[in-house]
Design a protein around this ligand. Sequence first.
Ligand SMILES: [Ca+2]
Ligand SMILES: [Ca+2]
Ligand SMILES: [Ca+2]
Ligand SMILES: [Ca+2]
Length: 343
Amino acid sequence: MACLVIPLLVLCSGADAQVGRHAPRSAALAYDLNGDGRRDLVATAPFSSSDAVGQAGRVMLYPGSSAGTPSGRGVGLVQDAGARCLCSAVSADFDGDGHADLAVGETWKPVGGQHRAEEVRVLFGGPGGLTGASRSLTLPVTERESGDRFGAILSAGDVDGDGRSELMVTATDRRSVYLYSVTAGRDVVLDDRLDSSSRYPIATAIGDVTGDGRPELLVLWAGDLYMNTPSTLRVYRTRGRRITGLLADTDVGRAQWHGLAVGDVDGDGRGDAIIGRPYGGAGAEADAGTVLIRYGSAAGLDAARSLVLRDPGARSGDRFGASVAAADKQPSDMTPWKDLGAA
Ligand SMILES: [Ca+2]
Ligand SMILES: [Ca+2]
Ligand SMILES: [Ca+2]
Ligand SMILES: [Ca+2]
């Protein structure tokens, strides 16, 4: 499957979390959250407010249509007066029942009386769409600290191939990433707090970059600008729901990276890492933005090949690459960035 890179500012309804030679076992259509067989668009309004509930994060659903574009009239999925920020959302079939579910990160929410402890709420789908049933994921009480930003970044993919998607959750300010099975609990903890480089997770993805049919976990660890530490993209090999090795630890420079996605851009059966760099540059190109592609290989990431995408009409401050996603497109209309600058 070949993919195109899509820089975007809202959550993409059509992105597949996994690529590779083996299709996911679940028949669920991710992001079809009203059960009509079409993918829908989910958008978060992190700091929404209303007269009724005051400041409250909000998640909106814009149903997909036969015209190929979502309805302009959205439906409120979640509005939580206790959550100061519904910052993130990702859809997959987390319980393996064949219907799409939605995970929402509710950061800066008081849980158990602790100020600014947070949770991830998983909303379950059924034949007619979201059912109202949900499950909450939180850090254990002994691990919670004020301002962890647990749930700030979410990504999904079926890591162990059992037909149920796992959920990768970052606690950004705790400098930790977790892998959850929504039905079985937490399996993996990636903790960078002991690393003197002071990196923190800025983006995550689950995808098969080696092409062996088993997805890897990808984490973009952002360097500390004040400590002058570079950002690094790490690729973790998995077996079952365990990490069994570090396949790549790639210095991607001191730029302020943002988005991360995995898609098979060159169609070789291996997922490629797509990362956005909306900030950086100088003069007329300051903060115009670029997107970097690092190609997957049997060993992890191909050290010899990369591609830099730029918007040919970009101006200073455009922040191209603020968010990225990958989606399949018909081969007949593939135009793989032939007019864009490459390096
Ligand atoms: Ca739908
Ligand atoms: Ca489900
Ligand atoms: Ca699974
Ligand atoms: Ca590839």
